[in-house]
Design a protein around this ligand. Structure first.
Ligand code: PLP
Length: 369
């Protein structure tokens, strides 16, 4: 089966560990195990595991974990939750379960490339709906309605990676109306949900539309990517179809990951408070920096952990990002790796000190192009 190379993952695999200032990171500054345990008031996280045989564990996720995941939503129970290997595993299972060759899929771009390349690799036609900087990255509902005609599934990332655009409640209702007119499934990749600039967290699509599926994980807003633990939340028939594929490619997630994720979601509010503090503080740092620059602008992100920097001079983004890294040690993601040529993606949710230290050399570099 042919599949397009995954642009952003190739870039990160190549350079992520070769930089001084990682401003390409999309996770909120990751928690250490000690920080997590301190928040949760747990001394010995392995105590309950020590005398348990290390089996495959609870195949679809432990009861307590699925209960906690369900509590991140308004109208879902543990029966609506299937645990997966990160959001990346969750998305893959949803496409395998719901999309076949010859189907039509509508997806909002730029996006996480899975949402284009996976359905294409299955043999579906993928109609892309662009978010444009000149529209402040607001979704064009007419374009979505056109692209979604006869679609089996509509997918989007909300809050969006890479633009940081967030759909408000009225826009979500419009998307749902379009999905409903076409009797289409709606896959909402909500891995950044909880990391918002506003006081309110977005509602989840899965609570608003019977054919919606939400995917997410411990990685981004929960700052625990090392757990490799994600979920699919949705209607039971969709979970059954996903589970059929999951039996072939996952079996279960690790018992240790399940256990640590359960500890973390027991203090979900504390972790999300920390994440929101970081994204808001850092958003202000970047906004001040942009205001002092002549060679770079952005459409301020409303949520998530990333924004696109529009640069005045410097040519193709890939060569520019490589030159930036070699000359300054600052890592950004080239727009060409994420379907947004002419931009560089800034991940602004890393530790504030790294962000501050990196923005200085970044500004000097862009000014001399
Ligand atoms: C929108 C989106 N979905 C899914 C993923 C995969 O995340 P994970 O598998 O760590 O949950 C990413 C990672 O960058 C992402 O940005």
């Amino acid at each position: 089966m042919y599949i397009e190379p995954f642009g952003v993952e190739m870039w990160m695999n190549r350079y992520e560990n070769a930089c001084r200032f990682n401003l390409a990171e999309t996770c909120v500054a990751s928690l250490t195990l000690d920080e997590l345990l301190q928040m949760a008031g747990v001394d010995d996280p392995l105590a309950v595991l020590r005398d348990r045989p290390l089996t495959y564990g609870a195949i679809t996720g432990s009861d307590q974990l699925r209960q906690y995941i369900a509590q991140l939503f308004e109208r879902q129970g543990p029966e609506n939750v299937l645990v997966a290997h990160g959001t990346i595993g969750a998305n893959a299972l949803v496409y395998q379960a719901l999309v076949s060759a010859g189907d039509s899929v509508a997806t909002v771009v730029p996006t996480y490339q899975q949402h284009v390349s996976l359905p294409e690799s299955i043999g579906a036609t993928v109609n892309q709906v662009p978010l444009r900087a000149e529209d402040q990255y607001q979704l064009d509902m007419d374009a979505l309605a056109h692209a979604a005609k006869g679609a089996r599934l509509i997918s989007l990332v909300n809050p969006n990676n890479p633009t940081g655009a967030v759909l408000d409640r009225a826009q979500m209702e419009q998307v749902i109306a379009i999905a409903s007119e076409n009797d289409a499934y709606l896959l909402a990749d909500e891995v950044y949900r909880g990391a918002h600039q506003s006081e309110d967290t977005s509602p989840s699509f899965v609570d608003l539309y019977p054919k919606a599926i939400s995917t997410g994980s411990m990685s981004k807003a929960f700052a625990l990517a090392g757990l490799r633990l994600g979920w699919i939340v949705g209607p039971i028939d969709v979970l059954d179809a996903a589970e059929r594929h999951r039996d072939y490619n996952t079996i279960s997630v690790g018992m240790v990951d399940d256990h640590l994720a359960t500890i973390a979601l027991g203090v979900a509010d504390q972790i999300l408070d920390r994440s929101r503090d970081i994204v808001r503080t850092n958003h202000a740092i970047v906004s001040d920096w942009i205001a002092s620059q002549n060679a770079v602008t952005w459409v301020p992100p409303k949520g998530g952990t990333t924004g696109l920097l529009h640069y005045a001079n410097g040519g193709p983004s890939y060569e520019l990002a490589e030159k930036l890294l070699h000359e300054t040690g600052v890592l950004l993601t080239p727009g060409s790796a994420i379907g947004a040529e002419g931009t560089l993606r800034l991940g602004y949710a890393n530790h504030s000190s790294i962000l501050k230290d990196g923005l200085g050399p970044l500004g000097e570099f862009l000014a001399r192009q």
